[in-house]
Write a protein that binds this ligand. Structure first.
Ligand code: HPA
Length: 272
């Protein structure tokens, strides 16, 4: 089936779950942090048109339910570029949410800390990004139904939503740092030389997701908020080799705090 038709099918299936205006993508190790009340859900394979899992890819789910009285969509697990998907598939869920009426997208991820002063366990508000994939999910014929050919990215991470996140964190006594996220394609971690180069470019965090989703969300006119959990010092920042186990371990340790922040934030999002 043609891409746009698939998107419309998926959007219809999502509308069967509810009419959320906000969506949250929970990254690696974070899928348990937002239990919803009156939750209805579908696993990816139950949503027509959704990308098929790759051999090693784990299946994710899309849940719609209430959080603090507000209807919200929560995507648990995501589709990564490094798994072998085309970028058009990586951004498929985000585009389906846009067609289903979602106006605000919150993206979360685990990231390596590049900036001196960022430590494993830190929660960091994403202020901007660098697309080191050097490929764009919008390449190809523009989907006019979704957005313009040349979307503006000068305020990709919504200033008003960032202020709100800072305010909510402050109220809860949660320290929220702020920085620029760079997406590397993965799946190998970066080299120390790459990390030094990224730092010189102005990157504070490095990870293997989020950027294509944010580009697609901005294209479709959604407002975006991004939060990273720093799970490790980026390569060469400390002597320690990087490991996926460590990334998952630190994510697990900080998941509850991020859940607390998002649970307080989501009911206060400015929505149409
Ligand atoms: N690099 C890339 N992706 C990551 C890292 C990292 O250091 N930590 C968690 N995800």
């Amino acid at each position: 089936m043609e891409y746009l038709a698939r998107l419309k099918e998926a959007a219809k299936a999502i509308r069967e779950l509810g009419s959320p205006k906000a969506a949250v993508i929970l990254g690696s190790g974070l899928s348990g942090i937002l239990p919803l009340s009156a939750e209805r859900k579908k696993v990816f394979t139950e949503i027509p048109g959704f990308p098929k899992p790759t051999v090693e890819g784990h299946v994710g789910e899309v849940a719609v339910g209430k959080l603090g009285g507000r209807e919200v969509l929560v995507q648990r697990g995501r589709i990564h570029y490094y798994e072998g998907y085309e970028l058009s598939e990586v951004v498929f869920p985000v585009r389906a949410y846009a067609l289903a009426g979602v106006k605000v997208l919150i993206v979360t991820n685990a990231a390596g800390g590049i900036r001196h002063g960022f430590f494993p366990g830190d929660l960091v508000l994403i202020s901007d990004h660098i697309n080191f994939l050097c490929q764009n999910p919008l390449r190809g014929p523009n989907l006019e139904e979704l957005g313009p050919r040349f979307p503006d990215m000068s305020q990709a991470y919504d200033p008003e939503l960032r202020s709100l996140a800072r305010e909510v964190a402050w109220e809860l006594g949660i320290v929220l740092k702020e920085g620029v996220y760079l997406m590397a394609p993965g799946p190998s971690y970066e080299t120390p030389a790459e990390i030094r180069a990224f730092r010189a470019w102005g990157a504070d965090l490095v990870g293997m997701s989020t950027v294509p989703e944010v580009i697609a969300a901005r294209h479709a006119g959604m407002r975006v908020l991004g939060i990273s959990v720093v799970t490790n010092f980026a390569a060469g920042v400390s002597e320690k080799p990087l490991s996926h186990e460590e990334v998952l371990q630190v994510t697990r340790e900080r998941a509850a705090e991020l859940g607390r922040l998002l649970s307080a934030l989501i009911p206060r999002l400015p929505l149409p």
